[in-house]
Design a protein around this ligand. Structure first.
Ligand SMILES: [Ca+2]
Ligand SMILES: [Ca+2]
Length: 465
């Protein structure tokens, strides 16, 4: 017990704590009056296993008292993952880069990455593994990140990924189940119009949501549509959707109807799947769109009529096989070309444009598989694609080129407009790099969604030198 007599005046007394283990952190009351007690709490979570001495000093004006306590820290805290890549749910293709960054005060920290339980690499601290995913069959795989600190504490986490190197088929429909909305609340993937706004309805065929058209009162139309660029080499393109409807009492199809139809990019009617008063029970509509391989077509769902004439649609799919991305034809008329076809609502380039004005330049980065083709003519356009190795084929699950180390990459920007993130797909039709590492030619197609939720920008690029 420290008293006023032994420690002197003035009070309060200062409590100080120090240790030769600088990783320790302290909590307590640092100012005391004689006769009071304080509890000092030590936090050793930043310490590795170690031993040292802790000194507590209480100081008054004329004298001070100290006590030294031998201290042993035992690290029973597992290492902490700062980061690991690929993330859960990623699509992995080609030659991918996996990494993990682990920290722990008990060195050495041993880190390892394994694929389906088979070790792929080992190191300490920051670990990066170059992995050729082509040795795996397409489909789901588990990438495990494990770490052990110097005291033997273990930590692990896993990413469940999909390897896709030679996809057999692909569903072109975006948000065909109507489950996803943009930050604004609008449906991802769908363009909407008409005097009666399309809504997301809980009257679903599967999942939680469906598309609802003409669900408001009053008379008018309600329209939702989506563009599809059917791959040029597709031999099958199976469109399927489920619909149900109601019609205002006493009306006929002359005035009140639901419609599902396919239009050309320029708005000409190609094919009608339904134009009628649909029954209330869910009905499947199908069509084969293979005849339009290479073209952009529009699926347009609509209602026309008064209060009570409504359409619900769900589970829209357009399964194309063999898989592909669009058609390079708009870029193969001669010379260097960047062709852009942005859906209404795309931030980078809504509408179509064929860019041919140069001067043109191109760069290739073998370590990342990134190709950049640029038109230096104002307003300046750049198309970057990543596919490692750079070879013909489809890159599914593309992310923005700058962080596409485990799949394909896409980043088309220009005229002062670019995306923080992208998602999409690419297809390399041909690429030639000479023995000096200079890109001689490339032809590729792409579909890019800015910020991963905006309507698609479609296009192609061709460059040669
Ligand atoms: Ca530890
Ligand atoms: Ca649904």
């Amino acid at each position: 017990m420290i008293t006023a007599a032994t420690i002197g005046y003035p009070q309060p007394l200062n409590v100080m704590i120090s240790a030769d283990q600088y990783c320790l952190r302290y909590q307590g009351t640092w100012s005391l009056y004689a006769g009071q007690t304080t509890t000092l709490t030590l936090d050793a979570s930043q310490c590795g296993s170690s031993s040292g001495t802790l000194t507590v000093t209480v100081a008054g004006l004329y004298t001070s008292h100290s006590v030294s306590i031998p201290l042993t820290v035992i690290d029973d805290t597992p290492p902490q993952f700062y980061s690991s890549s690929p993330p859960d749910g990623a699509i992995v293709s080609g030659i991918a880069t996996f990494s993990s960054f682990v920290n722990d005060p008990s060195n050495p920290v041993l880190s390892s990455i394994s694929v389906d339980g088979v070790p792929a690499g080992q190191g300490s601290g920051y670990l990066q593994v170059i992995y050729d995913s082509r040795q795996l069959p397409d489909g789901p795989h588990i990438i495990s990140f494990d770490a052990a600190d110097g005291a033997g504490n273990l930590a692990s986490q896993a990413s469940y990924v999909t390897v896709l190197n030679s996809p057999a088929s692909h569903d072109l429909a975006l948000n065909g189940g109507f489950e996803n909305v943009q930050p604004s609340g609008s449906l991802v993937g769908w363009t909407t119009g008409g005097s009666k706004s399309p809504v997301r309805s809980p009257s679903a065929h599967s999942g939680a949501w469906a598309l609802g058209l003409g669900t408001q009162s009053g008379s008018g139309s309600s329209v939702a549509s989506q563009l599809f660029w059917i791959p040029v080499q597709s031999t099958s393109a199976a469109l399927s959707l489920w619909v149900r409807g109601t019609a205002a009492a006493g009306t006929t199809v002359t005035t009140d109807w639901q419609e599902a139809a396919v239009y050309s990019r320029s708005g000409s009617l190609l094919q009608t799947l339904a134009h009628q008063q649909l029954p209330l029970t869910w009905t499947q509509l199908t069509a084969d769109l293979a005849a339009y391989a290479g073209q952009v077509v529009e699926l347009r769902l609509s209602t026309q009529g008064g209060t009570g004439t409504s359409l619900w649609a769900d589970d829209v799919g357009l399964l194309v096989a063999p898989d592909g991305v669009g058609n390079p034809a708009p870029c193969l008329a001669g010379g260097n070309v960047l062709y852009l076809d942005g859906t209404t609502g795309d931030y980078v380039h809504p509408g179509t444009e064929t860019i041919t004005a140069g001067p043109w330049s191109a760069f290739f980065y073998p370590s990342t598989g990134v190709v950049q083709v640029r038109s230096e003519a104002s307003p300046y356009w750049s198309a970057q694609i990543a596919r490692r190795p750079l070879e013909s084929g489809i890159g599914e699950g593309a992310a923005r080129v700058s962080n596409s180390s485990y799949g394909a990459g896409i980043d088309v920007n220009g005229n002062g407009r670019g995306c923080n993130q992208t998602s999409g797909r690419i297809q390399v039709f041909e690429a030639t790099v000479d023995s000096g590492g200079t890109l001689r030619s490339v032809t590729a197609t792409f579909e890019q969604s800015c910020e991963t939720w905006m309507p698609l920008l479609r296009g192609c690029v061709h460059f040669q030198q």
